[in-house]
Design a protein around this ligand. Structure first.
Ligand code: PGA
Length: 249
């Protein structure tokens, strides 16, 4: 069980234009009025990072990217490097999200290379793992996430700030969530894989849960042993909903 401050990170995915900055400002103002027990981060689309970082400047809201390229620069049309995210005001970056793995063919080795790039740029990576419904039904959930941890976490994470996020693919955006027993089982397995990979350093980083976290289920999930925070998609788009989750931590 970790004892550090939980991290509640919002993943806006491909949602939000300038008008969405009002939600970020409302969140920042609410956290100024009543500071949160948890660390809070918003990961907007790359186009909004700089504006969002300015909009929440001086508040407790941290800013992150959703993805980065493994190379620092070069002929990679359409891609964004970790240094560019940092330059725009990001302090964190989500890597290996299941949507990237499924829709962009990212492998564990690709994710590990991106983690190295993030660390080189001074970003705190939030590395996602999670099984599909088919894998869970086949009894493979633990083996799948442990293999993803082993393959996606480079040894250079030792001594660095990072988080792992367990996001069952079947729980993302579906309204379905695992039982707290299932969450605890996988989080303990993720922790064991982190320690196997990184030694003692694998004990310190928080393991976030992600997948249909909302104000109504956040408290129960966040008090589960080995849950060190949440990665929140849909419910992070509205400041009120996201605050409901943050206040539960
Ligand atoms: P969700 O997404 O909260 O909308 O289920 C979580 C995620 O994909 O990080």
């Amino acid at each position: 069980m970790t004892h550090m401050r939980p991290l509640i990170a919002g993943n806006w995915k491909m949602n939000g234009t300038g008008a969405a900055l009002d939600e970020a400002k409302a969140l920042a103002a609410a956290l100024k009025a009543e500071p949160a027990a948890a660390r809070v981060a918003l990961c907007p689309p790359a186009t909004l990072i700089e504006r969002l970082a300015r909009a929440v400047e001086g508040s407790a809201v941290e800013v992150g990217g959703q993805e980065c390229h493994a190379e620092a620069s070069g002929a990679f049309t359409g891609d964004v490097s970790a240094a560019m995210l940092a330059d725009a005001g990001a302090g964190l970056v989500i890597l290996g999200h299941s949507e990237r793995r499924a829709l962009h063919g990212e492998t564990d080795a690709d994710v590990a290379a991106k983690v190295e790039a993030a660390l080189a740029a001074g970003l705190e990576p939030v590395i996602c793992v999670g099984e599909t419904l088919q894998q869970r039904e086949a009894g493979e959930a633990v083996a799948v996430v442990q293999a993803q941890v082993a393959g996606s976490l480079p040894k250079s994470l030792n001594g660095k700030d990072f988080a792992v996020a367990y996001e069952p693919v079947w729980a993302i955006g579906t309204g379905l969530t695992p039982t707290v027993e299932q969450i605890e089982e996988v989080h303990r397995a993720v922790r064991a894989a982190m320690v196997a990979r990184l030694g003692e350093a694998g004990r310190a980083a928080p393991i976030l849960y992600g997948g249909s976290v909302k104000p109504s289920n956040a408290a129960e999930i966040l008090k589960t042993p080995e849950v060190g925070g949440a990665l929140v998609g849909g419910a992070s788009l509205k400041a009120g909903d996201f605050l409901g989750i943050i206040r539960a931590a």
